[in-house]
Design a protein around this ligand. Sequence first.
Ligand SMILES: CC(=O)SCCNC(=O)CCNC(=O)[C@H](O)C(C)(C)COP(=O)(O)OP(=O)(O)OC[C@H]1O[C@@H](n2cnc3c(N)ncnc32)[C@H](O)[C@@H]1OP(=O)(O)O
Ligand SMILES: O=C([O-])CC(=O)C(=O)O
Length: 372
Amino acid sequence: MSAPTIHKGLSGVVVDTTGVSMVNPDTNSLTYRGYPVQDLAAHCGFEEVAYLLWHGELPTPAQLAEQNQAERAQRGLPVELVMTLLSLPETAHPMDTLRTAVSIIGANDPAEDDNSPEANQAKALRLFAVLPSVVALTQRRRHGLLPLPPRDDLGYAENFLYLTLGAVPEPVIVRAFETSLILYAEHSFNASTFTSRVVTSTLSDLYSAVTAAIGALKGPLHGGANEAVMATFEEIGVADKAEAWLTKALADKRKIMGFGHRVYKKGDSRVPTMRQALQEVAELRDGHELLDLYEALAQAMHTAKGLHPNLDYPAGPAYHLMGFDTPVFTPIFVAARITGWTAHITEQLAANSLIRPSSTYSGKPQRAITRC
Ligand SMILES: CC(=O)SCCNC(=O)CCNC(=O)[C@H](O)C(C)(C)COP(=O)(O)OP(=O)(O)OC[C@H]1O[C@@H](n2cnc3c(N)ncnc32)[C@H](O)[C@@H]1OP(=O)(O)O
Ligand SMILES: O=C([O-])CC(=O)C(=O)O
């Protein structure tokens, strides 16, 4: 019998179908429920995109109004949750705080184990509504500030920025932020989404699946890269030093965060839209030096390795210029991706099969016990 072929990292393995989104590396395209993500970023709000991912169609004005009303009503954090989150060490990474928050919200939900589509949609909307408050709490705590109460007169992106930064910024910043949320919302069977589907496939609950997905997203080979990109920029300093820095980093066999992708080999479909948003933020926030460094490193990386930036590369500096602290970049990604994760959890449950792949044994041959 010939040995089975092993696909390390499940690379190229098709494990299921999905109707949520399609990533096409040949045409460098990404569609959510059939709509190109660039069109959604140009014409829709993040709340509409969330509705689309959950329900399969863009909302009518009445459907959007109903969702917005329910979302705005659930933005606040219960006092006990705030107290528990503030009891975590100040050194806790905001991703750990976020993961803990989801776990606590789940433990307090009497419908936690109800896996009906209706109950899970209610949980998805609740997490969607509340996560910006948790992200904002983590940034404000870093500055010795208490959380602000959410504002139900503001849209999702505006309220998120207000809660974190203490004021609603210029419309250009709001739109660039909203663009990033739309681009981050969904990306087929990426590692964190797949994690959420694995957990769901055991018929566990939605909060457990999301908690696990947050853990998967935290790693620098996945969502954590948007924070690592900023660390790279800080290490390099100025554009003139990018090429020499890269030569040494590659000689040291370092991974350059924000470059490369498991699926896209000719460039990430979302980068041009986010690069444009970064440009607009940089023009408003005196970010020309950072933009020069961005271009210098991207050019050097292309020359040295033929590798293209992924979405984390423009998102990191854009968030920095908007006023976010680096440790909240990946939590912002969570707040956006909660829409995609929960759409996949619902899809997994609708046609479930336990996810349990096989392996080839590579350990010691069978042997007899001689010691105990
Ligand atoms: C939103 C997101 O999650 S997007 C991804 C964010 N992650 C990052 O930016 C982390 C940096 N990038 C990487 O580590 C990788 O490109 C990954 C993990 C994203 C994809 O990994 P893979 O699909 O396994 O990469 P792939 O097989 O295409 O790698 C080909 C070669 O390029 C190298 N390579 C790929 N990305 C990078 C990088 N960022 N820096 C240096 N070398 C790299 C690999 O080491 C490999 O080299 P080798 O053939 O000498 O071993
Ligand atoms: O698809 C992936 O592997 C990673 C990614 O870009 C995402 O999750 O947005």
